[in-house]
Design a protein around this ligand. Sequence first.
Ligand SMILES: [Zn+2]
Length: 314
Amino acid sequence: MSKKYAIGIDLGGTNLRVALVSEGGEIIRKIRKSSSGGILDSLLESIEEIRQDEIAGIGVGVAGIIDRKNGRVFSSPNLRAVEGIDLLQGIERKFNVPVFLENDANAAALGEKVSGAGKNFENFVLLTLGTGIGGGIIHKGGLLDVSAEIGHMSINAEAEKCPCGNTGCLENYASARAMIARAVTMLEKGTESILKECCKGSIYKITPEDIYKAALEGDTLSREILREAGRALGVGLANIINILSPEAIILAGGLVGAWNIYVQEAIREASRRAFKDLFDSVKIIPSSFGDAAGVVGAASLVFMKLEENIPPRF
Ligand SMILES: [Zn+2]
């Protein structure tokens, strides 16, 4: 009998998410922890907490550039702690099941294709909108084996340097980290906003959820932060549409919760910038899994690789 469950892990710049997922993409159990601190130990503990006897394998999605052959992360600007660590070996040794590594957004794209919003599309781009911005591309029904670091597409050649080495990267304007940085800068300058009252007065603890909530209450600064980030995202969307003319762009990650202001603004901006015919034929839609797209995708990776008989590390 085939083992119908896999563990999917999504290791992002802020959160570590681990879930037990069925072959059909259903989440049976999930946990979320902070991704700061000892990464490998947290990973092993979380897997232990969530696993059951019969699992097909473990899929690990990590934000960054992946060295698939050696099971390592070459570079991860938002999660330096994982660079160079042999994540796979540590997990394989302890649990003795096949373990596969993939970029987090690539894994999420695969998950959407297998059992989510991408099911009916042959060509689409998935963006994870969180601490940073990740990308995954499905081409002719399969995961395109490229880095797809869409968050590090430059939208401003003259701007400050990004930790990746480029300047003016999309994620420096449109990500959760960018929104929080903007809020803190404006509040430090004395801008009036109800954000001052959240987080028991500590502006350094503001989250994108706080900004969205304040915006819904009519806070001018919060609305402007979301709109500005949305416009930047729209520039990125227009570039994607003009270059790849996908059938769909699927948006995943925590920021999708701010759809009504942030994503709507992005869609408006993209419509002003992209080739009209290309814009008219792309659907910009939310992920089926919200902020769980990464764990479902990482689990899908396990089922796909085992079905194709691809051994871990190759
Ligand atoms: Zn960058």
